[in-house]
Design a protein around this ligand. Structure first.
Ligand SMILES: *Cc1c(COP(=O)(O)O)cnc(C)c1O
Length: 375
């Protein structure tokens, strides 16, 4: 068996090579590398796909978060609540803007931000909540929007990992992940579910006024050429990346389906193993499996990690250190007992290969080795 990677970008590219190559060639022929036609076309296609009024493309998912916070007018000292168990980008931009990050614990089952923990963390200085739809499944947005309404807070959805997921409200209505809060952000980093062949990102909102502010902010705060009304940044999606993304967007639902199929193969194979807890799928969100993440409950997670590497099976610990324990984000206000779940998860989680090209032969190989090792 060949080495099994976490993601197989090459295999996916081979299946769409013709249209991707043609689109990139068109950009080269046009020499319109920045703000070319594909940027606008991809923006419109994504607005349609997400059923959201405004998509503002930008350079990456971290910028998307930062610009969203700038656009909302958050100011130094404002408190922003987010999850302790996530990629650092979320808390990084809060810190960069001199806002005050307030990290809270997550749920053991969904890995997403804990609703009771959000409620406990609210103070008169709280201005925003940043739920992260971790590993491809939405946080409990209905509860979060209710809290936000009661306390007059903004909600910024970090949707870098769950583009394409559907959220169902208790009244039966359905919205795409990232289009529920005040504003949503995503990343087109190559290994994300909708990945470019370089960096890329986007911001989503249904608020016309906010969209206008954001569109200027991504381009040096310019609303009219060489007139700078606000302090902005230089954060653009370039035309070549937009061409790749436009070619890939029509496949996104199939990509999500392929990931779900691989996930259900895994979960079936592990269903009788007492040492493994497979991912929970909540009833209000579909799961697009950016990561397929197990909890290993017999204390052998690190040994499994090594064993799989020796067998040529890539795997990863997302995330090995909680944000509250990172040097850059330590804060005297935190109590270790506020992060019991995150502290448990960092010892138990392991993410397996997950991408659109996994076949049954590979899945059988991976699951047999794991079941054998953890029996
Ligand atoms: C990938 C990711 C980001 C950052 O996206 P980049 O495009 O790499 O800047 C932010 N938040 C989460 C949860 C992510 O997974």
């Amino acid at each position: 068996m060949r080495k099994i990677q976490m993601v197989d970008l090459q295999g996916q590219y081979q299946n769409i090579k013709e249209v991707v190559d043609r689109s990139i060639q068109e950009v080269l022929d046009s020499s319109s590398y920045i703000n070319g036609a594909y940027v606008k076309e991809f923006q419109k296609d994504l607005e349609t796909y997400l059923d959201v009024k405004h998509v503002i493309p930008c350079a990456n998912g971290t910028d998307a978060l930062q610009i969203a916070m700038m656009g909302l007018g958050l100011e130094p000292g404002d408190e922003v609540i987010t999850a302790d168990f996530t990629f650092a980008a979320t808390v990084e931009v809060i810190g960069l803007l001199k806002l005050t990050p307030v990290l809270v614990d997550v749920e053991l089952t969904s890995f997403n931000i804990d609703i009771e923990a959000i409620k406990k963390a609210i103070t008169p200085k709280t201005k925003a909540i940043v739920p992260v739809h971790l590993f491809g499944q939405c946080a409990n947005m209905e509860a979060i929007m209710k809290i936000a309404k009661e306390h007059n807070l903004y909600v910024i959805e970090d949707n870098a990992q769950a583009i394409g997921a559907d959220y169902t409200f208790s009244d039966g209505s359905v919205k795409k992940a990232g289009t529920i809060g005040t504003v949503g952000t995503t990343s087109f980093f190559p290994s994300k579910n909708l990945g470019a062949y370089g960096d890329g990102g986007a911001i989503f909102t249904n608020d016309d006024e906010l969209a206008h502010i954001l569109r200027g902010m991504v381009n040096h705060g310019m609303y009219k050429r060489y007139y700078h009304d606000v302090i902005g940044v230089n954060s653009r999606l370039d035309s070549i990346q937009a061409a790749v993304l436009k070619a890939k967007l029509p496949h996104l639902d199939n990509y999500c389906e392929a990931r779900r199929n691989a996930a259900s193969y895994y979960s079936n194979a592990f269903s009788n193993n007492p040492n493994i807890i497979t991912p929970t799928i909540v009833d209000f969100s579909t799961h697009v499996f950016h990561q397929y993440t197990l909890r290993i409950t017999n204390g052998k997670r690190n040994e499994l990690h090594q064993h799989l590497l020796e067998k040529g099976i890539a795997n990863a610990i997302y995330y090995p250190v909680p944000l509250h324990a990172q040097k850059a984000y330590q804060d005297d206000r935190y109590n270790e007992s506020d992060f019991n779940i995150t502290n448990q998860l960092i010892e138990e989680v392991i993410s397996l290969p997950m991408h659109t090209e996994l076949d049954d032969e590979q899945l059988a190989y991976i699951t047999n080795i794991i079941n054998e090792f953890l029996k």
